[in-house]
Design a protein around this ligand. Sequence first.
Ligand SMILES: Nc1ncnc2c1ncn2[C@@H]1O[C@H](COP(=O)(O)OP(=O)(O)O)[C@@H](O)[C@H]1O
Ligand SMILES: [Mg+2]
Length: 435
Amino acid sequence: MVHLREMHINQRRVLAHLKRFTVLMAGRRWGKNKLFIHQVVSMVCNKPGSAAAWIAPQYKFLEEDFEELSGVLTDVIRRRQIDRKLTLNNGSVIEFWSADQEQAENICRGREYDLMIINEAAMIGNLVRLWNVALRPALISRQGRAMIGSTPKGRNGFWQLGERHTKFDDWGLIRQTSFQNPFNDPRELLATRDELTDMEYRQEILAEAHQTDGAVFKNVEELSTLLPLTGPQVGSAYLAGVDWGRYQDRTVLSVVDVTKRRQAFVRSWGDTDYLSQADEIAKICRHYRVGWLEAEQNAAGDVVISVLRRMGIRVHPHLTTLDSKQVLIDSLQFMLEKKTLTLLNLGVQKDELKAYEQRTTKVGHVTYGAPEGQHDDHVMALALSVRSLRDRPSMLAPRRYTVNAQMRARGVRRGRMLMRDEHGVDPFSKRTLVA
Ligand SMILES: Nc1ncnc2c1ncn2[C@@H]1O[C@H](COP(=O)(O)OP(=O)(O)O)[C@@H](O)[C@H]1O
Ligand SMILES: [Mg+2]
């Protein structure tokens, strides 16, 4: 016996409006997974000898999906090849593919399917090309159908596939917000507004795909009002961040008062050698008794970090990758948008912040940076210094909505969504702040 979950009203509506290729752009927790499982299960059970493909952006997603599907089908499974394939008594098969394997273009090679599910499709890099060269061809001989579902992520490849319905009759686009799942409590969904930027809320919950290219930081002028104070203030705790200079740009150190949520000090160095820089940085850190120094690890970072450590400074190395940079910039963006941080009134820093931009590459990756030929070292130092400043007192409360829990589980890595940084340190705890 296979038990099929009853679909909620909007899932039923979607099922009634399927095209051969349907793009389902839905907010988090709308019920995409449940709908896909329903579709796959009803096909493989009703049509002996049929074949379905289940595609996920990463292997770790597949494990969950595989478990859930094999759970539902448990009574009719003949053979179970972990995370790869389920064969049913009636000869139908479900095959699982992750799009992050080395040769993603070989997935589905030589295979034919009646139904293809592409789950969390917006997280698949290069989705359009993958669809054209690997996925679509596997639907030719059986005239298979496809369901491409995800929460949108800007206007990347997923959004582009969604636009195909304007040109082709066999394509459809359906948009659903998280509010359209009757099992979600609307109050809980509304509560996420405090924890997300406006753009994120509209994307994650309302499933709007926005053109995100352009300026990143809001309220720069309004928040950059502080004059530097002479030194540390009684009752305040401090953190610092440093971005090392390379060929043309400067080394920049930013110190932030975490108690009052204000930037306290900025200093930059031109062509002084790293050892003298380290000397001065150590002095400043001691002066402010900074809890720790968040230091970029790339470039010369490694060596200077070990020098600083020998001087007794507590350093958190920060390896800048595309992902970690996004987390870093996201959380600064969030604080400026919500106006929970004030900055020193510094011309260079303001200019860099205002010029800082976000771009989407042709293959749909989002990158951050200064416009061609300009610097971003003040932005990076600031972002590093406030990296572990969490915004929301509400994050301290145990009550937590599942949208965020799911985001975390799904690896949506937003710095500010985590209570502790990767070193396991709670930035609010006095114990760790006092050096
Ligand atoms: N038809 C349904 N009946 C009961 N609960 C459902 C149904 N569809 C979705 N849900 C519930 O809604 C939540 C989100 O479902 P899920 O399929 O994981 O959403 P998504 O993949 O869109 O994030 C889950 O808790 C799930 O149990
Ligand atoms: Mg899902």
